[in-house]
Design a protein around this ligand. Structure first.
Ligand code: MF3
Ligand code: CO
Length: 259
């Protein structure tokens, strides 16, 4: 069952989302050669604390960090580590989920350490475009797989691949709620979208084949062919006025007329 949120619940998610988006904007300043992913995670943890956000990830199935930081061929669920040191040219994905007054927002961004190669930049650009196309389908009366299909089409149009083994999800009081939102498939299938549904939409895409595996640590998800991967994620609410991105600044949310 897909839980429908009232205005007050969505306002709390929007507050979580705007505070989180501020952190994910400012984290870019830390992304420099020589910085470890553990240091970035520690900074994010201090920021969550300052803003009164509670990590949804620390303690989840024994996970010990507040973020997943995934470098290059790591797609998602990269575990922050003191000996994972960023180098020039690395493609870094940072994924953070946290709650404010009991309501969650989930967000991921892809960054480069210094300069990127042209192909890597294109991969990241396509991930953001695919996210945008997916969000644009999150409209009252559409079906769930319209989101999935729009993402796949955008990614494959540019010759990249969509990871099959992980998906976006409903979100609210819990980080993961129904439905599962895969990033591929035919349009026009699945539940009809309604006002008050709140989704975390998150294309995970690769420059090579879509096959991935989980490393021995039980978390790190990597591409089998070692191709580069990009991952971006926003939490959105479906309203009668269209999709509203909750993981954006409060000014942007006001412009989208959440209230
Ligand atoms: N934020 C991730 C998501 O989009 C959750 C990963 S949390 C972990 O679903 F604990 F599983 F690492
Ligand atoms: Co998510």
């Amino acid at each position: 069952m897909i839980h429908i949120k009232d205005k007050f619940s969505i306002q709390k998610m929007a507050q979580a989302g705007s505070l989180l988006s501020d952190i994910l904007v400012r984290v870019e300043d830390l992304i420099k050669p020589g910085v470890s992913t553990a240091e970035i995670d520690a900074w994010i943890e201090s920021q969550l604390q300052k803003k009164g956000l509670i990590s949804s990830v620390k303690g989840y199935m024994g996970y010990r960090h507040v973020s997943c930081i995934s470098v290059n061929d790591v797609v998602v669920h990269g575990v922050p580590q003191a000996d994972c040191i960023l180098q020039l040219g690395d493609l870094v994905k940072i994924d953070v989920c946290a709650s404010w007054n009991g309501y969650c927002a989930d967000m991921a961004r892809s960054f480069f350490v210094g300069q990127s190669s042209e192909q890597a930049q294109k991969l990241v650009d396509v991930a953001y475009q695919a996210l945008k196309k997916g969000i644009d389908q999150a409209r009252v009366g559409n079906r769930l797989s319209d989101i999935s299909s729009a993402i796949q089409q955008e990614v494959e149009k540019h010759g990249f691949s969509v990871v099959r083994d992980f998906a976006g999800h409903g979100i609210g009081r819990n980080m993961h709620e129904a439905p599962e939102i895969v990033n591929y498939g035919k349009p026009g299938k699945g539940p009809v979208l309604k006002e008050g549904m709140t989704f975390a939409i998150e294309p995970m895409i690769t420059a090579g084949k879509y096959n991935v595996y989980v490393a021995n640590d039980g978390w790190t998800v990597k591409t089998v062919d070692r191709s580069l991967a990009a991952h971006v994620e926003d939490t959105i609410a479906i309203t009668n006025a269209g999709p509203v991105i909750l993981t954006s600044s409060s000014e942007q949310q006001n412009n989208a007329s959440l209230s």
